[in-house]
Write a protein that binds this ligand. Structure first.
Ligand code: GLN
Length: 486
């Protein structure tokens, strides 16, 4: 049962060939068997899952099933879940139990999904390997014995979904945290248009960039999850008045009339020979399907990393000021108020989060604001404008999701080397455009690689349609669920 896609499972649930309870038990057994080794869940919620499944089965019996009724999913532990511990993978929130439900998790409840648990991530979603988690890093189920990263920050979600410990998951993408982990675990990861999915109740990292989105095994599954997540939310002031509605399957895309852009500046960025070969192969496939390949230019795209690592820490330093030991989370009492703040924040945050807050505070200081923050904001504007101009010459853009395959968790990289891994993803967050990573095939070493489809703002549907077309070229064999055994 763990090999079913969401689309297939929904059919079997509808025809009563399987029950939501059976489907949920299969996943809970799988979590019992591999959960500790993969470390993909911070909190497992078996009682809640079985109650959700029983309610779904009752609705199937009454023929009033909801769109995703009975589908077991993992929720990134950044989304507040009422009555269920929500940690952001930080010691600061280790024992935080919210009294409210995030809009995204509420929408999943309203769609009938079964909550298996809260998935692991980088602390406050800051990182690329999920190694900054207070609870230890999740492991990539591909070539399990090699202990490779499942990516970050949504690495718990990708580890769980790739290994069959959830049928789908939620992630958040501030600079690549859905797309990079999806790419290196052979999954589909969709960063929707900024504002399409509500941020309300999602622990904030960098508010102008944070984008909730789905992680799934197929593009159709990702589209079904996105349909559940998307929609205007009056509780989020940056939520767009836009919907993503899907009636049935994603419509086929007509490649014959399609202009597909490739970004000229990315041609100079070094990627592994496998990535280059697979990217070229997928572009050639599109060409033979009748698409017109056009070169487009995003002149400042190589400055996106520098701009992102100014803007994101700046916003983070402001957002994380709320963790002061007074309102929620950890509190370490000191001699006086200031001392309590200091002791609480020194004990509650890990090194990477502290590094971001120091960078953020520095670039917002009066001496640095004009030379760093304002410059980064200008670069951001130019990148967004260049994407808009590029989309006058083409309908959609394709580019690599990463330079290479998953690296070992014990790789010794400097902070700047980690930051550089976001080369291919951060520009889309700065521009707010939708981007979906879809498997491109396997590298020589047997590990998956992904490529991105990028579209104009609110062209999320078109992005997924082209991603699904590409998906059919890149059949992945030896999936972890097969290799790891049932
Ligand atoms: N790796 C990037 C960072 O560390 C992206 C994180 C994210 O998208 N949440 O900031």
């Amino acid at each position: 049962m763990i090999d079913l896609t969401i689309t297939q499972a929904l059919q079997k649930l509808k025809s009563r060939e399987i029950s939501a309870t059976e489907l949920t038990r299969a996943h809970l057994e799988r979590i019992e068997k591999y959960g500790a080794e993969l470390n993909c869940y911070i909190t497992i919620t078996p009682e809640r899952a079985l109650a959700d499944a029983a309610a779904a089965d009752a609705r199937y019996a009454d023929a009033c099933a909801l769109p995703l009724d009975g589908i077991p999913i993992g929720m990134k532990d950044l989304f507040a879940t009422r009555g269920i511990r929500t940690t952001a993978a930080s010691k600061m929130l280790e024992n935080f139990i919210p009294e409210y439900e995030s809009t995204i998790s509420q929408k999943f409840i309203d769609s009938g999904t079964v909550l298996l648990g809260k998935t692991n991530l980088d602390e406050f979603a800051m990182g690329t390997f999920s190694k900054t988690s207070f609870f230890g890093a999740p492991v990539n189920p591909w070539q399990l014995q090699r202990r490779l990263t499942a990516g970050g920050s949504s690495g718990g979600a990708t580890s769980a979904v790739a290994a069959g410990l959830a049928m789908g998951g939620t992630g958040t993408d501030t600079g690549g945290s859905i797309r990079f982990p999806a790419a290196i675990t052979g999954l589909v990861g969709m960063k929707p248009t900024y504002g399409l999915c509500s941020r309300w109740g999602c622990v904030a990292f960098a508010s102008s960039l944070d984008t909730p989105g789905p992680v799934a095994r197929t593009v159709d599954d990702a589209a079904a999850l996105l349909a559940a997540m998307a929609g205007h939310d009056p509780k989020d002031s940056t939520s767009a008045k836009s919907e993503f509605t899907l009636s049935g399957a994603l419509p086929e895309i007509e490649c014959k009339k399609l202009r597909v852009g490739v970004i000229r500046e990315f041609a100079d960025v070094q990627v592994s020979p496998d990535m280059k070969a697979l990217f070229d192969a997928r572009v050639a496939d599109l060409k033979s399907a009748g698409a017109e390949i056009v070169e487009v230019s995003i002149p400042n795209i190589l400055d996106a990393l520098a701009a992102y690592y100014i803007i994101a820490p700046a916003e983070a330093s402001s957002n994380l000021a709320r963790y002061d030991g007074m309102k929620y989370g950890l509190r370490v009492d000191g001699a006086d108020l200031l001392d309590t703040y200091k002791k609480t924040r020194a004990a509650g945050f890990g090194d990477e989060v502290k590094r971001r807050m120091i960078i953020g505070t520095a670039v917002l200081s009066s001496e640095s604001y004009d030379v760093y923050f304002m410059q980064a904001a200008r670069v951001r504007r130019m990148i967004a404008d260049s994407f808009a101009a590029a989309f006058e010459k083409c309908d959609l853009i394709v580019c690599p999701s990463s330079a290479g395959t998953a690296l070992p968790l014990d790789s010794d990289l400097s902070p700047l080397e980690y930051y550089a891994l976001d080369m291919f993803t951060v520009a889309m967050n700065l521009a707010g455009v939708p981007a979906c990573s879809v498997p491109a095939g396997l590298a020589q070493n047997g590990l998956p690689l992904g490529i991105q489809v990028v579209g104009p703002r609110f062209a999320d549907m078109r992005v997924l349609q082209l991603a699904r077309h590409i998906e059919t070229f890149a059949a992945l064999d030896n999936r972890p669920t097969t290799v790891m055994g049932k």
